[in-house]
Design a binder for this molecule. Structure first.
Ligand code: SF4
Length: 408
């Protein structure tokens, strides 16, 4: 029977409700509506009996409640009939992943360890500035790329996140800041960086689907100019990412010679520096107003010489670029040390003199292992897919129950 037959009743709770208690209970088999496209939402409405002529209107309402109002339960949707709300609640859920831990750094950085229905975990990190802030979102549980300076790289790849799991990281952070309904003006969660655990261009379809939801003007409505995707160098996907999503691009560069980058960022063996920089030169939308960010982690005695700085300038010539110099953030068992402040200063001065902005990224959240390159969760691959455990993973597992990670 069409559920539209019954007029609406009022909800007993606000849109956001008590988000902390609205996590998916173990054994809940209902499908989550978070992360579905509008067309997929329409299919779900049809599946619970909404007549075809009402599906468009109802999916627009659902979208508004989920992404503008931040509803965590159908009961909060006061513009939707009680019968439809009940029918939706029977088959579907809006529950958030479980927050296994939430840590707050002395500098205001927050880190969430989120646990999904299958028990897999990822970390998300919020880095506040004075009146805004960026949420660093993960795209995979673990990572295939094994960059040697990165804590996530010591965690074997477990699985890709789906679009709902990527969007949910943003929803959890927004619940935590109480930023519902989606503010149109100033907001604390003002930016997204796809720099958490995993290589986003190895999970492009889910990342793209999630970012389209986040950018949708009738929901969270985050401008593509406030989103940056960071890649270790998946060259064949870079142009497509720019053309289809138009988000900002960051490159995890970290070395100016192929022999060294082969070691630090092993995907370089497949897509060497010249090929990567060619892709950057072709990146759609790159301009002086929208520069590509090159991330460069400062490793003592490894990549931090004055000659390295000069080579870096030669390499990026002709690319609208800015640099992010990142003092290495240590993690248990890390094989590197951070460059000295003097070496970082000399390096930055050379790059600055060449006309490039090169802020030295102040370490944030180091005390909770939330800084760049420190993220890692305890999730390991299923026993059915055994892989050798790396020394790094062993050290990390022994030292940190929950986490810490890396930046792609
Ligand atoms: S730096 Fe990024 S791509 Fe490299 S191992 Fe870490 S998470 Fe993966």
């Amino acid at each position: 029977m069409p559920v539209e037959a019954e007029p609406g009743a009022h909800s007993r709770s606000g849109a956001g409700g008590d988000a902390a208690s609205k996590t998916i209970p173990p054994g809940d088999e209902r499908e989550s509506l978070i992360g579905l496209t509008r067309a997929e939402l329409a299919e779900c409405l049809q599946a619970v009996g909404v007549p075809p002529d009402k599906v468009g209107m109802r999916s627009k309402q659902l979208w508004h409640w989920i992404y503008h109002r931040g509803a965590v339960e159908f009961d909060a949707m006061t513009t939707i009939s009680g019968a439809l709300r009940a029918a939706l609640a029977e088959r579907y859920t809006l529950a958030r992943p479980e927050t296994a831990t939430e840590q707050r750094s002395t500098d205001g950085t927050r880190k969430w360890l989120l646990r999904f229905a299958d028990g897999r975990e990822v970390e998300s990190v919020y880095i506040p500035e004075e009146d805004r802030g960026a949420l660093c979102i993960s795209s995979q549980v673990g990572c295939t790329l094994s960059c040697t300076f990165c804590h996530t790289g010591t965690q074997r790849m477990v699985r890709n996140l789906d679009a709902g799991e990527i969007v949910a990281q943003f929803l959890v952070a927004r619940d935590s800041y109480g930023e519902w309904p989606s503010p149109r003006g100033q907001r604390m969660l003002s930016n997204i960086v796809m720099m958490g655990m995993g290589e986003p261009l190895y999970n492009y379809d889910n990342v793209a689907k999630a970012l389209r939801i986040v950018m949708d003007p009738e929901g969270i409505a985050l401008s593509r100019r406030r989103i940056t995707l960071s890649t270790a160098g998946v060259v064949p996907m870079i142009e497509r990412c720019g053309a289809e999503l138009g988000v900002g691009l960051a490159i995890s560069l970290h070395a100016v010679r192929d022999d060294l980058r082969d070691e630090l960022v092993p995907i370089n063996r497949k897509h060497p520096i010249a090929e990567l920089l060619d892709a950057c030169r072709r990146y759609p939308g790159a301009s002086n107003a929208r520069r590509i960010t090159f991330e460069y982690v400062m490793l003592k005695g490894v990549n931090d010489s004055e000659a390295d700085a000069r080579a870096l300038i030669r390499l990026i010539a002709g690319i609208p670029a800015k640099l992010n110099l990142i003092p290495f953030n240590p993690w248990p068992g890390a094989p590197y040390e951070c460059s000295t402040p003097e070496a970082i200063e000399r390096f930055a001065a050379i790059v600055n003199r060449a006309g490039y902005a090169a802020p030295v990224r102040a370490p944030r959240g180091r005390d909770i292992l939330a800084a760049c390159g420190q993220l890692k969760s305890a999730s390991t691959p299923r026993p059915s897919r055994p892989r050798a455990t790396s020394a790094g993973a062993t050290a990390a597992a022994a030292s940190a129950a929950a986490a810490s990670a890396t930046t792609a």
